[in-house]
Design a protein around this ligand. Structure first.
Ligand SMILES: [Zn+2]
Length: 135
């Protein structure tokens, strides 16, 4: 097992991402960390488990944007940036966080350098952005 395959969260930024994701008030707790030149610059979390780009009309008639964590972070992404996507269970352990087809399309558009996400065992999977096909 190499350094990339440690069970998360190990780094301080992963612990911050876990805390943010677990506080989102939703059933699913996903965080996406955006890195520029190896420095974390933004942590996005999901706002709802739903279609990644929909708006939800609440009972009082207001609209709430429902973003996946990747969509939230990719708003600030530039070419050459890197993202890490993690999904946390309530107990804090990590599980599958592979980007959905909609987020994958945006990942492809943003020309990121590297995409990492956790698998079912809570271990990093690394994907080159070219692996993501625009949908
Ligand atoms: Zn998504």
């Amino acid at each position: 097992m190499n350094a990339e395959n440690k069970r998360m969260p190990s780094k301080k930024v992963h612990k911050i991402a876990r805390d943010l994701a677990l506080q989102n008030g939703e059933r699913y707790h996903v965080a996406c960390i955006l890195y520029r030149q190896k420095k974390p610059i933004y942590i996005g979390t999901n706002s709802k488990k739903t279609h990644p780009m929909c708006l939800r009309i609440t009972k009082d008639g207001s609209c709430v944007a429902c973003l996946h964590a990747e969509m939230s972070a990719l708003r600030f992404a530039q070419e050459g940036d890197t993202i890490e996507v993690l999904r946390f269970l309530k107990c804090g352990s990590v599980t599958m966080a592979k980007p959905c087809r909609y987020c994958s399309g945006l990942i492809a558009q943003k020309k990121l350098k590297k995409v990492k996400y956790t698998n079912w065992e809570g271990v990093w999977e690394v994907a080159h952005p070219d692996d993501f096909i625009f949908c």
